[in-house]
Design a protein around this ligand. Structure first.
Ligand code: F6P
Length: 349
């Protein structure tokens, strides 16, 4: 029944809802009784702490709390279960997300969004809390546009959501990468080698820049800042001329390929060079204190928004406090890496 819409545009969704789901009433301010929560996109340490906070604050506020498994994919299929206070015990310190997550292509189509809205109605989810990054928030925004109230909580290791200065999982991922790089430094120094380490971040260099500063990297390559292989080689040779005998190069995954860069360094300098791709180990592990507290307080803020009938908001961290912004406005914002910090990092190696 949805095929005719799969190539359509989302702004027509209200019409489609009216045609397909007369039971979705868009005319009235909804009374929230049931609140659903799902985690979407890449998992991030602290997502469990977020679910725990939303469920506990939600039940205390008198809402019926429901967990949706496997992100939007699970919503689509109606994978919904009630969650009480005790169902989230012993989750605060655990990595991953016990609700599981998925990258759901189906939700990028109008038909997928409609099916999600239908499932919210079927399970009496009057407001859906979505924990994830920008892509997940776009799905939430599309639901909001057709009358399903939503609240977003930023959860991604990349810290690349424009409207917030912090995303849950970022601190843990950086600490995990830092510990791994400290170990790589030990072996690079023993063998007088160059270690080229690729860190995650998709199209953003926040993890790479901070981890590079924290590990004293000689070179940090970011997707936001153009770089040149000749300069990389020159910096390494300058370091060698000053007496350095091992070298750390951090590459953000969006900036280049660690294996290729290591080979070019070795060919040009004859310094043995080894690539390491840290990969998904950066997404696992028990969340740090910062991620646990951020997750907990952002989760409570989400429920405060629902109680106060401030719906279709994104919970954010701005100017040192947890607050919230309109979802449409939040998604329209842009953020960029601090070029001042990039320049300062170059003075430290
Ligand atoms: O968004 C989080 C992230 O870990 C990115 O840093 C990375 O590019 C991507 O997810 C990897 O995605 P997947 O786990 O689907 O391979």
């Amino acid at each position: 029944m949805f095929e005719e819409y799969t190539n359509g545009n989302l702004p027509n969704l209200k019409e489609m809802v009216a045609k397909n789901y007369a039971q979705i009433d868009l005319s009235q301010e909804p009374e929230v009784r049931g609140v659903g929560i799902l985690t979407s996109g890449g998992d991030a340490p602290g997502m469990n702490a977020t679910i725990r906070a939303v469920v506990r604050a939600g039940t205390k506020a008198g809402f019926k709390m429901m967990g949706v498994t496997r992100g939007y994919h699970g919503l689509w299929k109606g994978e919904v279960k009630e969650l009480g206070h005790r169902d989230v015990s012993e989750t605060l310190q655990r990595g991953g997300t016990f609700l599981m997550t998925a990258r759901s292509k189906s939700f990028e189509t109008p038909a997928g969004v409609l099916q999600g809205a239908k499932m919210c109605k079927v399970f009496s989810i009057d407001c859906l809390v979505v924990v994830g990054g920008d892509g997940s928030f776009k799905g939430a925004r599309d639901l909001a546009r057709i009358g399903i109230p939503v609240i977003g909580i930023p959860g991604t290791i990349d810290n690349d959501v424009a409207c917030t200065e912090y995303t849950i999982g970022y601190d843990t991922a950086m600490n995990t990468a830092m510990e791994a790089i400290d170990k790589l430094r030990d072996t690079a120094s023993s063998h007088e080698r160059c270690s080229v380490i690729e860190v995650m971040g998709r199209h953003a260099g926040y993890i790479a820049l901070n981890v590079g500063i924290a590990t004293g990297a000689e070179i940090i390559l970011l997707p936001e800042v153009p770089w040149d292989m000749k300069e990389v080689i020159k910096t390494i040779l300058d370091c060698r001329n000053k007496g350095k005998r091992h070298y750390i190069v951090i590459v953000a995954e969006g900036a280049g390929d660690a294996t290729e860069i290591a080979k070019k360094i070795e060919d040009a300098t004859e310094i043995e060079s080894r690539p390491t791709i840290l990969g998904h180990l950066q997404r696992g592990g028990s969340p740090t204190l910062r991620d646990r507290t951020m997750a907990s307080l952002m989760g409570v803020r989400a429920i405060e928004c629902i109680k106060d009938k401030r719906l279709n908001r994104l919970v954010v961290y701005r100017h040192g406090e947890i607050t919230d912004v309109d979802i449409e406005e939040g998604l329209a914002m842009k953020k960029s890496i601090s070029l001042d910090e990039v320049e300062r990092s170059k003075l430290l190696s």
